[in-house]
Design a protein around this ligand. Structure first.
Ligand SMILES: Nc1ncnc2c1ncn2[C@@H]1O[C@H](COP(=O)(O)OP(=O)(O)O)[C@@H](O)[C@H]1O
Ligand SMILES: [Mg+2]
Length: 227
């Protein structure tokens, strides 16, 4: 079953009067439970592509279908419902709240949904355990390494049981060994949790560990084997 389908997507940004093409003629789909790496140099359109799928941004033309529903026909409420309840985001800079400890950071998305504190804490501890950080639950981000912070961010993204996990260059600020371990944690969670993962990187060294690879060059798909 096609979970996410992009048909003839174009995206232009305007710098004053001058159009800047970020994505051209992107047609691609992602199945439920698939782990896809989007590889491309800086400026190739990775963030734009992931933001369109995450409904953070809208295409200039073309269609995006999610579970067969046309995103352009969704109301703002339906879009934010999809974004908040069915997507987990992981960012390059981790985006943890500095004054909260690890478990409090992971609990946050559940508390925003008015989950009981006790339940939120249990679910958060379970996720921290999955990323091997149970023992650092009470540490604040400034007491952790980059790789540990990113593992907290992975736990936070998964705590709401999202259907889709969008990770935009999650390893860009990490050394190679840590990048590989972060990627392996995501691949393991992809297998055990069944969520669909979209993982972007500009790091060529990670590519031989990927099942499905989509290469972006200047906003176009240079190479994407069919799924
Ligand atoms: N908000 C924006 N306004 C203007 N240009 C943008 C904006 N976001 C991205 N771009 C341009 O679109 C192109 C693709 O950017 P991006 O999707 O961020 O690529 P990547 O994530 O692969 O580095 C780049 O040339 C970038 O400068
Ligand atoms: Mg980017």
């Amino acid at each position: 079953m096609r979970l996410i389908e992009l048909q003839g997507i174009n995206k232009q940004y305007y710098l004053g009067q001058t159009p800047m093409t970020a994505l051209s003629d992107i047609t691609i789909s992602f199945d439920k439970g698939e782990f896809t790496a989007v590889l491309g140099p800086s400026g190739s359109g990775k963030t734009t592509l992931l933001n369109l799928i995450g409904t953070i941004d809208e295409p200039s033309s073309g269609k995006i279908l999610i579970n067969g529903d046309d995103v352009s026909k969704m109301t703002d409420n339906q879009k934010s419902e999809y974004r908040n309840n069915r997507i987990g985001f992981i960012f390059q800079n981790f985006n943890l709240i500095p004054v909260l400890n690890a478990v409090e950071n992971v609990m946050l998305p559940l508390q925003i949904r008015n989950e009981k504190t006790q339940v939120a804490r249990e679910k958060a501890m379970e996720r921290l355990n999955q990323v091997g950080l149970e023992h650092l639950a009470l540490n604040r981000p400034d007491m952790m390494s980059g790789g540990q912070r990113q593992r907290v961010a992975i736990a936070r993204a998964l705590v709401t049981d999202p259907e889709v996990v969008i990770a935009d260059e999650p390893t860009a600020n990490l050394d190679l060994a840590t990048s590989i371990s972060i990627m392996e944690i995501m691949q393991k969670l992809n297998r055990t949790e069944g969520a669909t993962f979209l993982f972007s990187t500009h790091d060529q060294r990670l590519l031989d560990r990927m099942n499905r690879l989509v290469r972006l060059e200047d906003g176009r798909i240079a190479d994407a084997p069919e799924n």
